[in-house]
Design a protein around this ligand. Sequence first.
Ligand SMILES: CC(=O)Nc1cnc2ccccc2c1
Length: 446
Amino acid sequence: SASNQNGGRSGARSLSPSPVSDDLQKIDVNPPKGTRDFPPEDMRLRNWLFHNFQEVSRLFGFEEVDFPVLESEALFIRKAGEEIRDQLYCFEDRGNRRVALRPELTPSLARLVIQKGKSVSLPLKWFAVGQCWRYERMTRGRRREHYQWNMDIIGVPAVTAEAELISSIITFFKRIGITASDVGFRISSRKVLQEVLRCHSIPEHLFGKVCVIIDKIEKLPLDVIKNDLKSAGMSEAAIEELLRVLSIKSLTELEEILGGAGEAVADLKLLFSLAEKFGYSDWIQFDASVVRGLAYYTGIVFECFDRDGKLRAICGGGRYDQLLSTFGGDDIPACGFGFGDAVILELLKEKGLLPPLNHQVENIVCALDHNLQGAASMVATTLRGKGQSVDLVLESKPLKWVFKRAARINAQRLILVGTTEWQKGMVGVKILSSGEQYEIKLDKLE
Ligand SMILES: CC(=O)Nc1cnc2ccccc2c1
């Protein structure tokens, strides 16, 4: 039946109040505090970055997984005084459930592994790229969300897993033009701390909390660190020994202090020898002061830093052999890393390595007469059927407008549908880079 544009409701529509008139105030067009929109130029850069994350994950044989951004708050409640806990974006939902926007991906991954149980065979090599959230008082003006690339190997106790993960990150860096003179990895093992704490018979349950305190050693004054360690239950002697061990800068020295029998030294020696075989020795260094700020790491920990020292850690990770069992799962070893989308872009900007990305379209199709709009749609559909991208001009516009739009969208070709040509089943083609112009039968167009 003939109906007007809006389905015959025009009469009714003009009578009902327009939504804006209810209250004249304009909505805030900016995104919520600490969050970002991704307009096309930013989305192109994000897609380029994520494509590289995904390509490297593919090269390493990892499978992609994803989880809800909303999780039970319980997944992230750890009593080790972590910053990530203080800033949890949590709330009570309409069903009175305590929920949180995930601040990281690893707990969700652990949850899914446990949920899958025996139905998956180990080892698992899973990756995810997901948005993570924190709620910070905007006093610090920092972002409340970022995207993280995570790679995890579940079910491999040997440090061959950590060596593989570090290799994947270096593969990523090489793909985007970052070299070993731009960044490096500081590597240590929390088993170093563990052995010191055991020597001073510090109870195991303090381990996570001590690590979280130590992780702040570069950010807080030493006496504050010492006080926190004391109130965490460490003796003066234990604190002194711990701080001394943390200042060790070589594996040889570490072996002298801890002896060659411990797992810490053995793990690190094996990791560094594997690095040699992978060919990335000049990307890594031992640094006993690296602990990372997440309570659940139990072994090797690493973080990537920019050698100019201008930026925060680019990425970080480590072994978390107890996380699954703390969630009630089996005692399954695991290790992984998180790689945020913010610092890496700052580094690429610094290095002049941001890729030039612009919007491209192969064809812009335009009817030269409003009676040929249908014909133009057929031409667009034919080209799209051949895998060609088409920006179809949807209203009758002066040619000047069409050329301007063609330039703005970086069209390679202008396809003109004119009456005389169309009667011969032909269209006009203009190659916009060369200006070359010709007519062609539609089915010859590709
Ligand atoms: C540099 C940056 O944006 N960091 C950042 C931003 N948002 C987050 C959100 C959750 C957890 C960590 C986060 C870290």
